[in-house]
Design a protein around this ligand. Structure first.
Ligand code: PBG
Length: 325
């Protein structure tokens, strides 16, 4: 009998050995917790499709932010759910709109203990559910939308956002927001660009969480990217960096790890990946059925995203991760 001359299993013999040779490790310092704040409620509402996540009141949001900071989570991404919606999404830039009120309250609570990021889009605020204003034919008017994004950026910066994160996939959005912020003196408000954001079925639970339905059974395929295209993702990232993005994002994460890896190898700025609502919800649902070990699988997801090259991971599992340490 001949013996193997190579024995890779030697490096897997003990937990300490495995830790020693691990190539990557997800750090709490990489994580951003997405949080929702809803206008017109008196108690936090559990989001059924996102077990463990809530639509917060301003008060419960501040408490959650404080607890996350105390647990060592470095950042949050805030989404507002307004009571009133209209065709242009005007609550998105109203200084007293829910997102702006929440930003001010959270900054009062946590100061600089957390990086406070603010999603910048109009779909939560429009009655038709699209990420911008509509032309008579129902298509999204790119350039008219940019003017509204600029107003949202200023309102969010005024309310205290450290980072604004445009997620609407309009052409030129990063440049429009950067020049609006610079012209109003917010030179230090950073931009995390949702650069390669794909039209994905994995956003389903999120749309529940923010109460968004696209009118007439519509979709976002004229602005979000087609899942088949990695070259186009590279172009979107390059344009955003050129327009002044401080960080870029690939979204969703797991079904697009090849895109993430390609972006990470080319980007001159930090790369974020969004482990989106559907990815989180699938793990939770399978785990609740006893089909998978949810915490092990969530870890595996985050490790894969890190291994593919993400410097920053937005995940609904941030708090669970922090508490597991
Ligand atoms: C748009 C936005 C979406 C998400 C973040 N920002 C939804 C969409 O594009 O339909 C999805 C996040 C998630 O699924 O966790 N404002």
């Amino acid at each position: 009998m001949s013996f193997p001359t190579q024995r890779p299993r030697r490096l897997r013999t003990t937990p300490a050995m495995r830790r020693l040779v691990a190539e990557v490790e997800v750090s709490l310092n990489d994580l951003v917790a997405p949080l929702f704040v809803r206008e017109g409620i008196t108690d936090p509402q559990p989001i059924l499709s996102l077990p463990g996540q809530f639509q917060h009141t301003v008060e419960s949001l501040c408490k959650q932010a404080r607890e996350l900071a105390n647990l060592g989570v470095p950042a949050i991404m805030l989404f507002g759910v307004p009571e009133k919606k209209d065709a242009v999404g005007s609550e998105g830039w109203n200084p007293d709109g829910i997102a702006q009120r929440a930003l001010r309250a959270v900054r009062d609570e946590v100061g600089d203990d957390l990086v406070v990021m603010s999603d910048l889009c109009l779909d939560e605020y429009t009655d038709h559910g699209h990420c911008g204003v509509l032309l008579p034919d129902g298509d999204v008017d790119n350039d008219a939308t940019l003017e509204l994004y600029a107003k949202c950026a200023i309102a969010q910066a005024q309310a205290g956002a450290h980072v604004v994160a445009p997620s609407g996939m309009m052409d030129g959005q990063v440049g429009a927001i950067r020049s609006a912020l610079d012209a109003t003196g917010f030179i230090n408000t950073a931009i995390l660009a949702y650069s390669a954001k794909f039209a994905s079925a994995e956003y389903g639970p999120f749309r529940d969480a923010v109460g968004v339905q696209i009118q007439n059974g519509g979709n976002r395929k004229t602005y979000q990217q087609d899942g088949a295209n990695v070259r186009e993702a590279m172009r979107e990232v390059a344009l955003d960096i050129d327009e002044g993005a401080d960080m870029v994002m690939v979204k969703p994460a797991l079904a697009y790890l090849d895109v993430l890896s390609a972006v990470a190898s080319e980007s001159s700025v930090p790369v974020a990946a969004y482990h989106v609502s559907g990815e989180y919800a699938m793990v939770k649902a399978a785990s609740e059925n006893g089909w998978v070990d949810g915490s092990l699988l969530m870890r595996e997801h985050l490790t894969s995203i890190k291994r593919a090259g993400a410097d920053i991971i937005l995940t609904y599992a941030a708090r669970d991760f922090a508490e597991s340490l």
